[in-house]
Write a protein that binds this ligand. Structure first.
Ligand SMILES: Nc1ncnc2c1ncn2[C@@H]1O[C@H](COP(=O)(O)OP(=O)(O)OP(=O)(O)O)[C@@H](O)[C@H]1O
Ligand SMILES: [Mg+2]
Length: 570
């Protein structure tokens, strides 16, 4: 039995309290199929989210099987399923993969065979067998809704909350889904609460809950709905609501409530204890451990990466083109660089010659090396922002949904960091090797490669943080692009920063620290050459490693903080 007593939900906006739900008192017995209806904006989704624990109630109590949820904590992730209106699956995965993932993320299983067995049961229960191999991207609206339901059935929840899972469907698909929900409510001792707009197919529901301006104005059998509102057809209920104030409707309902509840089966009797059926025992195993969740997500991320052609092509193109561009710009200067580094034979005469030559080439070589390193650094920073700017923001609602289902934030971010670490390493090491083949930069190899990896990693982490903190993928991309765009001008490598602002800006510019550390690790005479062409102060490599590591850690902390926040809307 789910019992809601005098529930209030109020939000504060512009200094004023706006009540979205007022004095909601409702009972729903187990095995019950309830429709939640009401005009747009009356609070249906808000009510579902409050039951699910996404919204925190401002007053009143929710009771579930004798537990007071307001005092004893929210529903456990395996106790309920919440099917939102938006699609909660990845386009690149198949129906079966999506269901397998949901099971592996939410349920402790012993073997792959067990996962498949549960998946088979769900696929059959929800009627997805014919399209189990199909990609989510090509599913019809009705099939996607079915999949949404299937994902929630992973834990065989005893409370299933569905938000408009039938809206926008043709009448046939709509009736199929309503029939499916009806069937689900009659198995596993389960309550199915379904928000719907359509008042035409109410016969299959055990009861109908009508909300109006955040209040309950009716909760009784579908057969008496029209009569209660004094109209001939259920479809005429909404227009009739406007004839009285919401408060008046709510007060009338208070008077009739007990009589209606007394007449409906299951409402008066005490809540039956849950039957320990197959489904009920399967779900008590608890949620999977940290590493299981992490590796399931990591596997899923790589699958999506290789199936998302656009993303893959972009990555490969950047990998091939960016280092080539650096080399292209360097080619003209390579002869002078070669000259400067090859003439190293001992002997006074030779040394004199070399000195003169270096003096001649100094500005040229210095400019070339500084530019070459800066170019590498900035392009890796750009790759970093491209790696992660959309990573979390683009899948935020799916992530929120999975969090609600018991996914650990640490497992989620752990999988992101491992995935991104591979991209960063491949991009940076390849940039280092490729450029060095054509235009050898006489810097300490470990410092050079290390600081290239680190600038990419720092930028990737910071943009991941932005992605977690921002409301939409577009906002996150835009901010990340600004961040990269300012790296070069604010690094001080091209034009010196005014000395008053340099200490204020420099600490935050990742590109500066990578460039500066690499340049400082150049062989002495090359370092001297760069020093003549730049006015920026150059810091020792150790300090540069430290600052970039701080950037990296800051990005990771920002990612955690952003991911931990609940963000169901932009
Ligand atoms: N976080 C929020 N901040 C401000 N207003 C909100 C918030 N959440 C909901 N509302 C407002 O509360 C009212 C109820 O919203 P809700 O989404 O519950 O309506 P609904 O009955 O589900 O409508 P629909 O049928 O159109 O989906 C709306 O007026 C909505 O604008
Ligand atoms: Mg809604």
């Amino acid at each position: 039995m789910l019992e809601i007593r005098d529930l209030q939900f109020t939000i504060r906006k512009d200094g004023a309290d706006i009540p979205l739900l007022q004095n909601i008192s409702v009972k729903i017995p187990s095995g019950h199929f309830v429709a939640i209806v009401g005009p747009s904006g009356c609070g249906k989704s808000t009510l579902l989210k409050t039951i699910a624990g996404i919204n925190v109630e401002s007053g009143g109590d929710l009771h579930w099987d004798g537990r007071n949820l307001s005092e004893d904590g929210d529903l456990q992730p395996d106790e309920f399923g919440y099917v939102p209106q938006f699609s909660i699956a990845f386009d690149e995965l198949t129906v079966e993969e999506s269901i397998d993932n949901a099971i592996q993320l939410r349920l402790k299983t012993r073997s792959q065979a067990e996962v498949e067995q549960i998946a088979d049961r769900i696929i059959e229960e929800v009627g997805l067998d014919a399209i189990r191999e199909r990609r989510v991207a090509v599913l019809s609206g009705g099939q996607k809704r079915r999949l949404g339901l299937a994902l929630e059935m992973a834990t065989a929840p005893r409370l299933l909350l569905c938000d408009e899972v039938t809206s926008g469907l043709d009448p046939k698909s709509e009736s199929e889904i309503v029939n499916l929900l009806h069937r689900l409510s009659k198995s596993g001792d389960r309550i199915v609460a379904s928000v719907t707009h359509s008042l035409g197919h109410l016969d299959l529901y055990d009861s109908v809950l009508v909300l109006y301006a955040g209040r309950v104005v009716y909760h009784g059998p579908p057969s008496t709905l029209a009569h209660y509102f004094g109209v001939a057809l259920a479809e005429e209920v909404y227009p009739s609501l406007a004839t009285r104030e919401p408060e008046q409707w709510a007060q009338s309902w208070q008077k009739h409530r007990e009589a209606y509840y007394a007449a409906m089966p299951g409402f008066a009797a005490p809540a039956p204890q849950p039957a320990a059926g197959d489904e009920a025992s399967a779900k008590r195993a608890g949620r999977p451990d940290f590493f299981t969740q992490l590796f399931v997500l990591l596997g899923r991320r790589w699958t999506i990466f290789f199936r998302d052609r656009t993303q893959l092509l972009l990555q490969v193109a950047m990998l091939l083109i960016f280092p080539a561009v650096v080399v292209l710009f360097a080619l003209d200067g390579v002869p002078s660089l070669k000259r400067a580094s090859e003439n190293r034979a001992p002997g006074l005469e030779q040394e004199m010659k070399e000195k003169i030559q270096i003096a001649e080439n100094r500005a040229e070589v210095g400019g070339l090396l500084s530019g070459l390193v800066m170019f590498q650094v900035v392009l890796l920073a750009l790759m970093g922002s491209n790696n992660s700017a959309r990573e979390i923001a683009a899948e935020r609602l799916i992530f929120e949904k999975e969090k609600l289902g018991g996914l650990r934030i640490s497992s989620y971010l752990g999988s992101k960091l491992l995935f991104l670490a591979v991209l960063v390493t491949v991009q940076s090491v390849w940039m280092y090797l490729f450029v060095n083949i054509f235009a050898q930069v006489p810097a300490a190899p470990l410092v050079h490669a290390g600081l290239l990896i680190l600038v990419n990693a720092a930028m990737t982490a910071v943009c991941l943080g932005i992605s977690a903190a921002m409301g939409s993928p577009d906002q996150a991309s835009l901010l990340s692009i600004y961040l990269v765009g300012f790296q070069l001008p604010l690094s001080g490598a091209v034009l010196a920063l005014p000395s008053a602002v340099e200490p204020l800006i420099q600490p935050f510019i990742s590109a500066y620290w990578s460039w500066s550390g690499i340049v400082r690790s150049l062989e002495d005479r090359f370092f001297a050459a760069v020093d003549t062409v730049t006015e920026a102060s150059l810091r020792p490599a150790g300090l540069c490693f430290l600052v970039l590591t701080i950037h990296l850690v800051f990005g990771v902390i920002l990612s955690f903080a952003g991911a931990a926040r609940s963000r169901w809307s932009h």
